[in-house]
Design a protein around this ligand. Sequence first.
Ligand code: HQG
Length: 181
Amino acid sequence: MTPDQTTRTSKFLSLVLRHQPDAAHVTLDPSGWVDVANLLEGCAKGGCPISRDDLNHVVATNVKKRFEFNADQTRIRASQGHSVEVDLAYTPESPPELLYHGTATRFLNSIREKGLLKMQRHHVHLSAETQVTQEVGARHGRPALLTILGGQMHREGHVFFRSTNGVWLVEHVPPQYIQFA
Ligand code: HQG
C-alpha cells in the first residue's frame, strides 16, 4: 500500500468504527466490535474495498494504534474516539500525576470558564506525553498545551480510564485542575 492508500483506508475505518457504521453496512456490538469478514464485505459495498492483508497492515502500522483485533483476529474495533454509543468496558485506572491536552488558543477562554468538555466524543482525551498533544491542538488552530493535574483529580474522585492505545479518558476536567501556563 502507498502511504496515501494507508491514510485513506485508516480514515474510512475511523469513520465506520467510530462514527458511522452504516457507511460500510455494518453494526457495532455493544463494545464496539465488528466481525472482520462482515466489515470487509461492507467496505467493498460502501465503495472502499479493503483486502484482509491491507487491513492487517493498517492495524499494525497505525501510528496512534487506533484499531485493535480480538485475540483470534476475527473481530475489530476502534480503541477510542467514538461518537456512536459504545461501552468499551475499560476498567478505571490510576493516572499519572500530570497529563496533557493539546487544544487551540481560540478555545482557551471557554476552557478557563467551563473546563475541558468532551464535546462530540464520549470522554475528554488526555495524554501522558507532551509530544502528540502539540499536533492534536494544531488540528484546531494555533496550538496551546494544557497541563492537567491528573493525580489530584483522581484523589478527589474523578474516574479515569486508559484506552488500549494509551489515551487517558475522563468525563470532564474542571478548570481548577488545568494549568494554562
Ligand atoms: C476543545 C485524536 C471550547 C478541545 C487525538 C478540542 C486525540 C473546548 C476540541 C483525539 C472545551 C474537541 C481527541 C471548552 C474542550 N470550550 N473548546 N470548554 N473543552 N474543547 O477532536 O482532544 O486522530 O473532539 O480542546 O489524538 O482534539 O481521532 O478532541 O480542541 O486523542 O485518533 O474541543 O483525537 O485522535 O476536539 O482530540 P476533539 P481532541 P484521532
